[in-house]
Design a binder for this molecule. Structure first.
Ligand SMILES: O=C(O)CCC(=O)C(=O)O
Length: 277
């Protein structure tokens, strides 16, 4: 998939997201799944809680996805040629668990300004309405940020840090993002989106690049650790970090731990309590 077509551009402007876009081959998606399972088996706690973040810093397989040129071609069409990768998150919903994502806007708590950034959600498994794919409230990116209610643990199963929730979303104005393994969606920082519980018998896995930012984007709430994905960074707002050569290398993992501590400070800024992630 080279750069976006004019039709895809229009879709992004009008709806606030584009899907599906072919990103990885099925074999590449399976490689990511196998790497997740390998890490889960060998280091059982490393991908849990806060550890679901910045995973591309500890695995060459995850890293390869973040620097994939097909993905970057599409991203460049939206945010321009100077691209930084500033985070990844694994959104995994296991069958028979209650995991869901309340409707929210990514830009609400993350502190990345201006909104010249985009999130790439890569399906590692097929993703559909039965197993809890994302739903997008189309067109909401055109408006300002909405009020979010912070529900924390009162919202059992919520995979978001504060259980932040935009209430009264009209479901009939939302669209499911149905993807085959290897396909991706790209969504705007202000679009309202969420996802339901996995009612299937298989895992639903999203490898999410949260997000690709233009090098002109600063972090107004804290500190982030980035890699140059394309072009150059004449702004130097963020700390640049190395790409991993082995899975779970000691130095890489130390850097990731620091990056996650800083990320946690951003997620829970101005609060005296923390959620599970
Ligand atoms: O994986 C999900 O269901 C939601 C992920 C999400 O909210 C995001 O990528 O911004």
């Amino acid at each position: 998939m080279p750069k976006l077509t004019s039709q895809q551009h229009e879709q992004y402007q009008e709806k606030g997201f584009i899907a599906p876009i072919d990103a990885l081959t099925k074999t590449e998606a399976d490689e990511v799944k196998n790497e997740i399972e390998f890490i889960e088996k060998k280091w059982p706690n490393e991908l849990n809680g806060l550890g679901r973040n910045y995973v591309h810093l500890i695995s060459p397989i995850f890293d390869k996805v973040v620097h994939n040129s097909k993905i970057l071609d599409a991203v460049e069409s939206i945010i321009g040629k100077n691209i930084l990768a500033c985070g990844t998150t694994l959104f995994i919903k296991n069958p028979d668990e209650k995991g869901f994502v309340s409707f929210h806007q990514d830009a609400k708590y993350i502190g990345l300004e201006p909104h010249n950034w985009v999130t790439a959600w890569i399906a590692i498994t097929d993703t559909n309405e039965k197993n809890g794919c994302m739903r997008m409230w189309t067109g909401t990116h055109k408006n300002d940020l909405k009020n979010h209610i912070e529900k924390f643990d009162n919202n059992e199963g919520n995979l978001l840090t504060r259980g932040q929730t935009v209430e009264n979303v009209p479901l009939e104005e939302t669209e499911p993002v149905i993807l085959n393994a290897g396909q991706m969606s790209l969504h705007h920082p202000r679009i309202v989106h969420g996802s339901g519980v996995n009612l299937s018998k298989e895992r639903r896995i999203g490898f999410v690049i949260q997000s690709y930012i233009g090098s002109n984007v600063t972090q107004v709430l804290g500190k982030m650790y980035v890699q140059q994905a394309r072009g150059e960074d004449s702004f130097n707002y963020h700390e640049h970090v190395a790409r991993p050569k082995v899975t779970m290398g000691q130095n890489d993992n130390n850097v990731r731990k620091i990056a996650n501590e800083e990320l946690s400070k951003i997620f829970y800024k101005d609060l005296n309590k923390k959620g599970k992630y």
